[in-house]
Design a protein around this ligand. Structure first.
Ligand code: ADP
Length: 605
């Protein structure tokens, strides 16, 4: 008797119904079709290949670049009673041989393989000798040469189509611009396959972008006020910043670990494992961290440096709140970020068109930071999707004011102009602001800048306000970071229009409330919103304690046993019997049989 997709979803995974396009994708692949699937992180891609692999005869081969995470992925499936295994370079040969034999004997539903392994003659031979039900190419954007995760091995995957034309192939990614999508389809020979593009909206994530001043203190205040004890990720641009930020958080009572490509592989994998297994851990990392980490209860993702592209930013923030519970994406950004990134682009190796592409990506990111309209609308527009304003981002919740910054802009631009025309000099932001505010610093005296007509013409605005003006001018390319590499500022063609009074400039000014909140700490506690009523909270805590013990004894992360969302539902609904338990989302047959009695005992207290 064959089991249907829906029965598989309900009995094995313990979920009631499919989400979005899942049903259509699964039906299509079960019938032997190829597909390209684009869903945001946390959208539910895994089921799109796991269920067809269970329904179709043979073994589903999952190609995943993430060796360090295969163990967890397989453990999670084994807990569900799915026959899964992996083949990668971390195994000894005996284990690998056992896996190969299980595959040949038809004893596996799913087999995870790293692409470089798959492309070896030995592995291709192995697959030819067994029965493959489908190929799932996870993280398919790794095939894109312009993308941030390019992996040359992925280019070799076109061989799958040539060698197994009858076996359905499913490419999945959370990276979704039209350009990347076309590139994936072309390189993996999926041009004729349907493309399933889901909504990229993640409504449970609250987007917030704040003006940076003392970023570590702001980060600490944010975590203390809204996410104390929560699991989170903090992204930084450099390794040094990762190290110092992790240290700073630890000194201030927050459990934090560093992660970047400069750490020894053993340190990296230990830190990753601790992040996955321990409750309330904060990972401070470069973007080297996170792909494929499917920890469902990451409650916040913070960026303390400006990300280089909206695409990267959206993937990184998407790692928050996969369980659908409220989560925060928090970004602090300031003038120095813009200067630094424009400078990095000027200095980057590569031809003009490469630099132009980097510049366009940065412009889109800056547009998001400076927008006075809904952040989510802006984010989704980048993926060519439209929504009405979301009500769950900072601009919707605390609308910023727009102010006419034309005169302020003219003052700065004329200072830049005069320095160059009259003195043949260029300076960076700090010194320009000192000139405008009429500050008699040693440097001002050294260059006799107090004698210039622009000296002191901007005393009416604070230093912070001037930084905001400069930042927004740089964001709109009305000022440029010159290409000599010192971070000095120069006019652009567009600046002349402003100087001549041909253009009015409206700038963003934070609402009073938001400015106050980012100086002190927000009083609005997100975490409080997910506290359960009355005794349910205590039951939830008990269930979590029980889960920690089980997870420890099985050597797996806690979420592999049950997600928070499932434990919350149990705590709220107080099931009295195994039948009641079966109705809870995330409790499949196998887990009900294995843990049902203990769960009921836990609920009874
Ligand atoms: P992605 O790979 O797209 O980032 P996952 O496959 O990890 O996302 O799914 C995200 C979360 O949503 C997981 O915790 C998963 O168990 C859950 N999920 C997926 N599909 C469903 C569904 N139909 N019903 C309930 N939960 C689901």
């Amino acid at each position: 008797m064959t089991i249907s997709s829906l029965e598989t979803l309900q009995q094995i995974f313990g979920y009631d119904s499919f989400r979005g396009d899942q049903q259509a994708i699964i039906d299509h692949v079960v019938q032997g079709g190829d597909a390209l699937v684009l869903m945001p992180t946390g959208g539910g891609k895994s089921l799109c290949y796991q269920i067809p692999a269970l329904v179709r005869p043979g073994t589903g081969i999952v190609i995943s670049p993430l060796i360090a995470l295969m163990q967890d992925q397989v453990d999670a499936l084994l807990e569900l009673g799915v026959r899964a295994a992996f083949l990668n370079s971390s195994q000894d040969w005996r284990t690998a041989r056992d896996v190969e034999q299980a595959f040949l004997a038809g004893e596996l539903d799913l087999l995870y393989i790293a692409p470089e392994r798959l492309l070896t003659d030995r592995c291709l031979e192995l697959l030819s000798s067994g029965h493959v039900s489908l190929f799932a190419i996870d993280e398919a954007h790794c095939v894109s040469q312009w993308g941030h995760d390019f992996r040359p091995e992925y280019l070799g995957l076109s061989i799958l189509h040539e060698r197994w034309p009858q076996v359905p192939r499913l490419a999945l990614t959370a990276t979704a611009t039209a350009v990347t999508r076309r590139e994936i389809a072309e390189r993996l020979a999926l041009n004729d396959a349907p493309h399933y593009v889901a909504s990229f909206d993640r409504p449970n994530i609250r987007y917030r972008i704040i003006e940076k001043n003392e970023v570590r203190r702001q980060l600490l205040a944010f975590i203390q006020a809204e996410h104390m004890g929560d699991c989170g990720i903090v992204y930084c641009l450099s390794r040094a910043r990762v190290e110092e930020t992790a240290e700073f958080l630890c000194e201030n009572g927050i459990s934090a670990l560093p992660y970047h490509a400069g750490l020894a592989p053993t340190v990296r994998s230990t830190n990753q494992a601790r992040f996955l297994r321990e409750e309330g851990m904060v990972m401070v990392a470069t973007i080297a961290f996170g792909m494929g980490v499917n920890k469902p209860d990451v409650r916040f993702v913070a960026h303390i440096d400006l990300p280089k592209s909206v695409e990267g930013y959206y993937q990184e923030t998407g790692r928050a709140g996969r369980d659908g519970l409220p989560a925060t994406a928090w970004l602090a950004y300031g003038l120095q970020d813009v200067v630094q990134q424009r400078r990095m682009i000027n200095e980057s190796a590569g031809d003009d068109s490469f630099r132009r592409r980097l510049g366009a990506q940065l412009d889109a990111m800056l547009g998001l930071c400076e927008t006075v309209t809904c952040r989510r609308q802006r984010l989704l527009a980048y993926f060519e999707q439209t929504i009405s304003s979301c009500g769950n981002c900072d601009t919707c919740l605390e609308p910023p004011q727009a102010w006419d910054g034309t005169v302020a802009a003219q003052k700065i631009l004329s200072a830049v102009y005069r320095l160059w025309r009259e003195r043949g000099q260029r300076f960076g932001a700090g010194h320009l602001i000192d000139i405008l505010r009429g500050k008699l610093t040693d440097r001002i005296k050294q260059y006799e800048h107090e004698t210039m007509t622009v000296f002191g013409i901007g005393a009416d605005l604070s230093e912070q306000a001037w930084r905001g003006v400069l930042r927004q001018l740089l964001a709109q390319s009305l000022l440029a970071v010159d290409s000599e590499g010192y971070g000095t500022l120069a006019l652009t063609d567009a600046s002349r229009e402003v100087l001549k009074g041909e253009r009015t400039l409206m700038f963003r000014r934070e609402s009073e409330k938001k400015a106050r909140n980012s100086r002190t700490a927000s009083t609005r506690s997100k975490a409080a919103e997910i506290v359960l009523p009355g005794e349910a909270q205590q039951r939830f805590e008990n269930l979590r304690l029980w889960r920690s013990e089980v997870a420890r004894s099985h050597g797996v992360p806690a979420y592999v046993i049950f997600h928070d969302a499932t434990l919350r539902e149990i705590a709220l609904n107080c099931p009295q019997s195994l039948d009641d338990l079966g109705g809870i989302s995330g409790v499949g047959v196998r887990k009900r049989d294995a843990y049902g009695e203990e769960l009921l005992r836990c609920v009874r207290g």
